[in-house]
Design a protein around this ligand. Structure first.
Ligand SMILES: Cc1cn([C@H]2C[C@H](O)[C@@H](COP(=O)(O)OP(=O)(O)OP(=O)(O)O)O2)c(=O)[nH]c1=O
Length: 188
């Protein structure tokens, strides 16, 4: 895919890098640290959209001639936001909630230039089988949950407990590729 301006992915996530490469986009990676604390009464759509935009905006200020992509993924179960687990105990709490249940994964993306702000929010429903306490302990010991929203990776070991999803698979991994490609085609 070619655009008139250089594309920057404002993300430290190796998954996002791989996904964007998968669809043939030429880009560089520049990250900026932002505060990811949810605001009081912010829902998952507002929260992920705000963060996606803030991540991209923080990079755009220093690279005004580029198209900057920001993204944020969060898991929600019955309205509760599950971000990345703080520690092993928090990962256990999240996986215990998610097992034998269906939850939503929301990724917001923002494609920013100095002239325009293009955004999209994509939600995928993910169903988990029952997972025993022993399996959860073993999974946490593998290290996979620690840097993932909801404490699991659909693209990893957790795939064995996910018989069904409704929506975009790539959205769960961290970037809704079809929605993103459509925004990139619009960006000038
Ligand atoms: C649910 C789920 C999340 N994830 C990952 C995607 C994201 O990297 C991470 C959610 O955290 P994010 O805060 O969205 O992203 P990040 O901190 O990894 O990267 P950055 O903010 O710099 O862009 O969880 C998976 O890899 N697989 C999954 O199945």
């Amino acid at each position: 895919m070619s655009t008139t301006k250089p594309i920057i992915l404002a993300s430290a996530s190796p998954r996002r890098r791989e996904l964007l490469t998968q669809i043939g986009v030429d880009f560089t990676v520049i990250t900026a640290d932002i505060d990811e604390t949810p605001l009081p009464s912010e829902d998952h759509r507002t929260y992920t959209l705000r963060l996606a935009e803030e991540k991209a905006r923080a990079v755009l200020v220093n690279h005004p001639d580029s198209i900057v992509i920001g993204a944020d993924t969060t898991v929600t179960l019955h309205g509760e936001l599950l971000g990345k687990p703080r520690d092993a105990e928090d990962a256990k709490r999240m996986l215990t909630l998610l097992q034998d249940n269906t939850h939503e994964v929301t990724t917001s993306i923002a494609v920013l230039t100095t002239e325009e702000t293009l955004t999209a929010v994509e939600t995928t429903r993910v169903t988990f089988t029952a997972i025993t306490a022993e399996q959860i302990a073993g999974y946490i010991a593998s290290g996979e949950p620690m840097d993932k929203a909801g404490a699991y990776a659909i693209q990893g070991i957790a795939a064995q407990w996910i018989p069904r999803i409704e929506g975009d698979y790539f959205n769960v991994v961290g970037l809704p590729l079809a929605a993103l490609a459509s925004l990139l085609r619009k960006a000038k």
